[in-house]
Write a protein that binds this ligand. Sequence first.
Ligand code: NAP
Length: 259
Amino acid sequence: MDLGIAGKRALVCASSKGLGRGCAEALAGAGVDLVMNARSTGPLEEAARAIRAAYGVSVVTVAADITTEAGRAEVLAAAGDVDILVTNAGGPPPGIWSDWNRDDFIKALDANMLTPIALMTALLPAMMDKGWGRVVNITSQSVKAPIAALGLSNAARTGLTGYVAGTSRQVAPSGVTINNLLPGIHATDRAVSLDAGVADAQGISMDQAKANRAATIPARRYGTAQEFGATCAFLCSQHAGFIVGQNILLDGGATNATI
Ligand code: NAP
């Protein structure tokens, strides 16, 4: 399917690896020029080189922490006006409810709620002026059904979800859509670190931890960054202009809910 977005320009945050990289690759595959970001220069430059070579699109890289004001300023200066924004950052650490103090919550809110909001605040006006724009926020399955060990994520991402529900309806008249993608478990470095935590806590091997988790998922496997990226690219396409303010679960059926 022709997504109809060749020649558009996208900022994809936290995209040297994992789900962000999957989104960057899928957008590049649709002919979209990219601004890519991550904190470490090496993997970011490697990803950019691979994407330029594979898809022939232009890729600008900005090594910066997207969760800091200085990092965002650097990224936004390099990005200029973009047609597409994909927000992403690392997730908060696991624990239990009694572990976290105010500073932990402020950090999680900064990274997973206030950062995407700041990026949208900066980039939505130009999209609205042009009469076309797409925003996809990478959030989590934890928005639909809380994950006990990820209380910081449950809290921060639900706040972002409420903001998007209201804001998406205000910018839709200008041809701009905002939607959230909610990953369940996907085979990325993040999953490796979550499984390592389980293996450690239960005294089992990584393979066993992974197999145990996969057995709880109706699809009986982890998702891939490629299929996640393809969904993101579709939401950014010309065909998705009537999808507004939605929260789309990609979890292999793990969340047991009717809607
Ligand atoms: P990942 O494989 O660990 O990749 C994270 C990417 O983000 C890397 O490119 C990393 O590069 C970059 N990054 C992290 N923090 C950053 C920051 N502060 N500023 C700029 N770049 C940053 O993670 P993932 O699995 O793709 O997860 C992406 C998001 O989805 C996370 O918020 C995660 O919690 C959420 N999620 C993931 C899953 C899953 O199963 N994978 C499930 C639910 C939710 P640098 O380290 O070089 O910065």
